[in-house]
Design a protein around this ligand. Structure first.
Ligand SMILES: [Zn+2]
Length: 163
């Protein structure tokens, strides 16, 4: 059985739940979008779940933020749909139509006790704020941009995939 996760925004207008095979909050993203919208400590943590199992109460308070990106001098809009609460501004989850089976909740919005990872991945470090000093543990891995290893693969190869 996948792990059942319950989440909510700070004010309680939005509550959600989903099933996850990959509940370890091991991936710390230092990109400017994550850290500004959901990462006061300099990074945000996304976990991953099955989009088909996502249940939402309080949909009327939901809003979607799609970040604008500058790539090679061109402005594009991110396909990532960052859902947040319009009443209290809590960042809740990211959904991307390119990966319709997946939903990526921010660990910060999850109320269920998540398992504690014994190692972490630090990514998008080239975009981190200058004052942020990442605490890189002995077993941790660091990347200037995205790691190649998927969240699914990371869990499976470490025996942490929740069947
Ligand atoms: Zn709220």
């Amino acid at each position: 059985m996948p792990m059942q996760l319950e989440g909510s925004c700070r004010c309680g207008a939005v509550k959600f739940s989903l099933a996850s095979h990959t509940p370890y909050p091991y991936q710390l993203c230092y990109c400017s979008i994550c850290r500004k919208t959901a990462g006061g400590g300099g990074y945000a943590i996304n976990i991953m779940g099955d989009a088909a199992t996502l249940k939402v109460r309080g949909k009327r308070a939901l809003r979607v933020y799609r970040a604008e990106l500058e790539e090679n001098g061109r402005c594009t809009t991110s396909s990532g749909q960052r859902h947040f609460c319009s009443k209290c501004a809590s960042a809740l989850w990211l959904f991307d139509e390119n990966w319709p089976d997946l939903v990526h909740p921010f660990a910060s919005a999850i109320d269920t006790d998540l398992p504690v990872p014994s190692e972490r991945v630090h990514l998008m470090l080239r975009y981190k704020a200058s004052w942020v000093v990442p605490r890189i543990g002995k077993k941790d891995r660091s990347f200037d941009e995205y790691p190649e290893e998927s969240i699914e693969h990371w869990h499976k190869t470490r025996g942490l995939w929740v069947k």
